[in-house]
Write a protein that binds this ligand. Structure first.
Ligand code: HAM
Length: 426
């Protein structure tokens, strides 16, 4: 556990995980508040699930052979011998919820949203953490592409709150059967061009050939120019589904671009897949969110009946890093620094602070024995504008001194009038 240079690492947060406080935490909470508000306007209801799930939920759901399951899950064994994992994503967990709570008996479609921490053991870098926050929405019990459009629209509207131009990258993967035939063709194509592929991609030919399509390797990219296209393997129904979805997005004026190499890193998708990126097309920009349709997932998890569904998840950390710092700033509350001088004044200040909470104001009560001048200096350093001063004399007469620090203006206010006085302040 020793770090280079001999520093103890144990008393630091784990790599890729952060402590959050102050403005950073306030913005995250405000993002969740605004996103939840929008989701509820679209008819979605909040669902909260445990942070831990049985390993199988993701092993079966997200799929063996994917990076998330093979390399990135935090697994723990309980004293009872159960294998649990820190959830790496929300969709498989939501389908588990639907199955556990009698989905077929619920009114359809069910529209759920969730927010909170997720865990993937990835290499940390800007915008990529081992503990990160997602805001996700899942619409279950519908095969209608209009619902794909509704889900895409909600994610798009939430992202627009960031102030950045947003583009939806869109693709279709067809049905599981169509994809199976296509993957066979793709594999035999890659086998013929094995020597031109990048090293990592050569391994993927057998394990996850679809991922080779969005490879960054120069050699592989050249090969990909001649690779068979999934679009050519889609049947009539899948094509019609995609055409309808595109027409809905056009009707909603949601900017999208069809990206045939977009396959996403999770196994459960069928038909629609999409990712949200910034429109400015920043070099190497990370996806702000992604999603798609997963009609077969419930059966993979053991459901007797299919649950056709579509959803997205947004990467909250990335959104906050990318958006204008003014965005997601919570409304500033009136903040008052209360200086009490002496034992009697401390007691009165404690009572006063309780009452001031009814005004929804943020009070700071240092209960310090320092001289007034020193305390005012401290208040200024901490960025307070409004100060209330209470000494024995004030307590005796039922008044306080109000001081506006930026102008140094000071006024005596009776306790009776204090509420009204503070309410009038900016
Ligand atoms: P995903 O693409 O794996 O999809 O994750 C969604 C978003 O979470 C990503 O676009 C990214 O913004 C953010 N994200 C992922 N990993 C990290 C990380 N290590 N650090 C920071 N942000 C990250 C899913 O999770 C699916 N469950 C989406 C879905 C919902 N599909 C259908 N319904």
């Amino acid at each position: 556990m020793e770090k280079k240079g001999g520093k103890e690492k144990r008393m630091q947060s784990p790599r890729g995980m952060r402590d959050r406080f102050g403005r950073d935490l306030a913005r995250k909470k405000e993002f969740f508040r605004q996103a939840s508000n929008l989701a509820e306007h679209y008819g979605f209801q909040e669902v909260e699930t445990p942070i831990l799930e049985h390993r199988e939920v993701f092993e079966k759901g997200v799929g063996e052979g994917t990076d998330i399951v093979d390399k990135e899950m935090y697994t723990l064994t309980t004293t009872g011998g159960d294998e649990l994992v820190l959830r790496p994503e929300g969709t498989a967990a939501m389908v588990r919820v639907a199955m556990e709570h009698g989905f077929p008996t619920l009114p359809q479609p069910q529209m759920w949203y969730y927010a909170g921490p997720f865990f993937r053991h990835e290499k940390p870098q800007k915008g990529r953490y081992r503990q990160f926050d997602q805001f996700g929405a899942e619409l279950m019990g519908s095969e209608n592409p209009a619902h794909d459009a509704l889900v895409i629209q909600l994610g798009y509207e939430i992202l627009r709150l960031s102030g950045r131009g947003i583009l939806v990258e869109l693709n279709t993967l067809g049905t599981a059967e169509e994809r199976r035939r296509y993957v066979e063709e793709l594999q035999s194509f890659y086998r013929e061009h094995m020597s031109d592929l990048g090293e990592k991609d050569r391994e993927r030919v057998e394990t996850n050939p679809l991922r080779i399509l969005d490879s960054k390797d120069e050699g592989t990219r050249k090969v990909n120019e001649r690779a068979p296209q999934l679009m050519d393997y889609l049947g009539e129904e899948s094509r019609a589904f995609f055409e309808k979805l595109k027409s809905y997005l056009e009707a909603l004026s949601i900017p999208y671009q069809v990206v045939p190499s977009l396959v996403r890193g999770l196994d459960y998708y069928a038909h629609t897949v999409f990712e949200y990126v910034t429109r400015e097309g920043d070099e190497k920009s990370l996806a702000l969110g992604g999603g798609g349709r997963y009609d077969g997932l419930a059966e993979i998890l053991g459901s007797q009946k299919p649950i056709p569904a579509v959803g997205f998840a947004l990467g909250v950390d990335r959104i906050l890093e990318l958006s204008d710092p003014q965005r997601f700033s919570p409304e500033e509350k009136l903040a008052v620094y209360v200086v009490s001088l002496g034992e009697r004044a401390h007691r009165e200040a404690l009572r006063l602070v309780r009452e001031l909470q009814n005004l929804d104001c943020r009070c700071f009560l240092p209960l310090s024995d320092q001289k007034l001048g020193k305390q005012l200096e401290k208040a200024e350093k901490l960025g307070y504008e409004h100060v209330i001063i209470l000494g024995d004399n004030e307590v005796e007469r039922g008044v306080v001194q109000y001081k506006h620090l930026p102008t140094r203006k000071q006024e005596e206010v009776s306790l009776e009038n204090l509420f009204r006085y503070l309410e009038q302040l900016e």
